[in-house]
Write a protein that binds this ligand. Structure first.
Ligand SMILES: [Zn+2]
Length: 244
């Protein structure tokens, strides 16, 4: 029987951050880890929508899910910033700061990836919702961290996603950069700690432009276009800052 356990911690307002461990009993310490998290930005509920889909799949009896549980230990934090979610913040914690710019200064022991001492982390991914784009896509880190040219390595997983879900995931929307302004994000810090497959996945507020014409689409006839009265150009600059 496969196993699932919970770890927990409390944040400023006393809300609980849960960490789920999902795996199969076989393999033990030799298994590598996959670390996933969502809702560090509390207003990005699309991240929870994708996380719910992942959890439904990985906890299911599907043959692929069973195989993944046999091969890996999944450490999952479905809601990293419950304080911000409870009070209705967009990007901040209760302390009024963007926690996805603070990974460099926070305690390393407070992040799920480094809880995997002695266990290799093969993939880290933080789930977000982009406020200005369409589709599902990823931000990764550019190669050459140690002077070697490895830029293609980080692109393999997103490319595989696009091949498996061409009607949902847009590889052409992915970017692989480490900008100065993004150095405090989870994916950059985890990448600098040695996790080559370190990503932010964005589930855009604007819906899909990839779905087949016959498929239902949240954006209806306005798919891929601006609707009348669209005020995105009036959105404050702090909110227009791309996610991660
Ligand atoms: Zn975000």
């Amino acid at each position: 029987m496969d196993s699932g356990t919970q770890g927990r911690a409390q944040v400023l307002a006393g809300n609980t951050v849960y960490m789920l461990t999902i795996t199969a009993p076989s393999g033990g310490a030799a298994k590598r880890a996959v670390v996933l998290s969502a809702r560090v930005h509390p207003g990005e509920s699309g991240g929870s929508w994708a996380m719910q889909g992942f959890l439904d799949f990985i906890l299911s009896a599907a043959p692929d899910a069973q195989l993944l549980r046999q091969l890996f230990v999944f450490k999952v934090v479905p809601m990293l910033n419950p304080d911000g979610v409870v009070v209705g913040n967009s990007r901040c914690s209760l302390a009024g700061r963007d926690p996805n710019r603070a990974y460099r200064t926070g305690s390393r022991g407070s992040f799920p990836a480094v809880c995997q001492r002695g266990r290799e982390v093969v993939l880290y991914c933080d789930f977000h919702g982009h406020s200005r784009k369409n589709n599902v896509f990823m931000y990764g880190c550019s190669g050459g961290r140690d002077g070697s040219e490895t830029r293609l390595w980080e692109r393999i997983f997103p490319l595989m996603l696009s091949k498996n879900a061409p009607d949902k995931f847009s590889f052409s929307s992915c970017k692989f950069k480490v900008q100065k302004s993004k150095e405090g994000t989870g994916r950059v810090v985890m990448w600098q700690m040695g996790i080559a497959n370190s990503y932010t996945i964005e589930v855009a507020f604007g819906g899909s432009t990839l779905a087949a014409p016959t498929a239902p689409c949240l954006m209806g006839p306005w798919r891929g276009r601006r609707a009348p009265g669209d005020r995105r150009d009036k959105v404050p600059a702090w909110h227009q800052a791309s996610c991660s």
